[in-house]
Design a protein around this ligand. Structure first.
Ligand code: ADP
Ligand code: F6P
Length: 321
């Protein structure tokens, strides 16, 4: 049976990662395992930045955003020779299994390590909600609440000035943040990769709002990477319609902050379940929450699933106009 496990956070950080780290450490210790933290994701594995953790290593961290283990991106980890160095470092510490908290890129690294003999279980830690094998990723709910706070404020000034305002949110090719935030705010338009709208339709819709006598304002939620430059698109709207238009890119404010209760509980459940999976000898898998039940998938199968889990919510956009 496995005796020593490691834990890393990798890729973009997400609120709730600390709660997942705590759950893995505490559950591991409760089962009599020795738990090791790795700093800065796969970089720390390759550079042997590995240290033993105890109960106190994770006390008082559930309220903190970011990740106490810090995180990094290491493109070279795609090379087998670089991963081999990581395997040697893990073996040196007697670590036979690893919990990886990150997004789909980190999942690939975990799968490859599993194929090289280290049992890995991956947890979905990303604000993007772009992992199809789980209804929600750790960090998504907190990020959504941050976006809502910002849009509430932008709404006030947009209303006062009779303007149109574009708000660009993160998501990395996944429209869930824009879609959920847009529905929560009841905005006038939502533009996401799953729901692109021709520019001409955006212009005519905004012209309609600008010509109203009352409630002459419009908020538009936009997924990042949909437009090369959101400020230029705002100018285009203004030029085409005469509707004074501003754009705000929310940026990295979306990645920080204390995790929401939902993310804390999700992370705690998933972290403890990951340890159960490692003790059951599972490897190369990822944990998800589907219909409020914890599930595990083979990582390749998870990454091949269609990313349409929330697509039915798109209907709400039209129904609630
Ligand atoms: P995220 O995990 O949030 O999706 P990235 O896509 O940047 O973030 O991936 C995080 C890290 O995972 C990368 O920097 C790299 O070290 C590792 N990784 C990504 N893709 C692969 C792959 N195909 N094989 C091995 N490691 C990978
Ligand atoms: O994957 C999380 C994420 O915040 C994406 O939404 C965004 O596209 C990207 O990471 C930003 O990465 P960086 O922090 O490297 O600018």
């Amino acid at each position: 049976m496995v005796k020593r496990i490691g834990i890393i956070t990798s890729g973009g950080d997400a609120p709730g990662m600390n709660c997942a780290i705590r759950a893995v450490v505490r559950a591991g210790l409760a089962y009599g395992l020795e738990v090791f933290g790795v700093r800065e994701g796969y970089k720390g594995l390759v550079e042997d930045d590995i240290f033993q953790m105890d109960r106190d290593s994770v006390s008082n961290i559930v309220t903190r955003g970011g990740t106490i283990l810090r995180t990094a991106r290491l493109p070279e980890f795609k090379l087998e020779s670089v991963r081999q160095q990581a395997i040697e470092n893990l073996k040196k510490h007697g670590i036979e299994a690893l919990v990886v908290i990150g997004g789909d890129g980190s999942y690939m690294g975990a799968k490859k390590l599993s194929e090289m003999g280290i049992n890995c279980v991956a947890l979905p830690g990303t604000i993007d909600n772009d992992i199809a094998s789980t209804d929600y990723t750790i960090g998504f709910d907190t990020c959504l609440n941050t976006i809502i706070d910002c849009v509430d404020k932008i709404r006030d000034t947009t209303e006062s000035h009779n303007r149109c305002h574009l708000i660009e949110v993160m998501g990395n090719h996944c429209g869930d943040l824009a879609l959920f935030a847009g529905i929560a705010e009841g905005v006038e338009m939502i533009l996401t990769p799953d729901h692109p709208i021709p520019d001409t339709e955006v212009f005519s819709t905004m012209r309609g709002y600008s010509e109203r006598k009352e409630r002459k304002r419009a908020l538009i939620l936009v997924s990042e990477k949909l437009y090369p430059n959101i400020h230029e698109f705002a100018k285009q709207i203004e030029d085409e319609t005469g509707f004074v238009t501003r754009a705000t890119v929310l940026g990295h404010v979306q990645r920080g902050g204390a995790p929401s209760a939902f993310d804390r509980i999700l992370a705690a459940r998933m972290g403890a379940y990951a340890v159960d999976c490692l003790l059951a000898g599972k490897s190369g898998i990822c944990i998800g929450l589907v219909d409020n039940k914890l599930v595990d998938y083979d990582i390749y199968e998870a990454l091949a699933l269609p990313r349409d889990k929330h697509v039915s919510m798109l209907r709400l956009i039209d129904n609630l106009k």
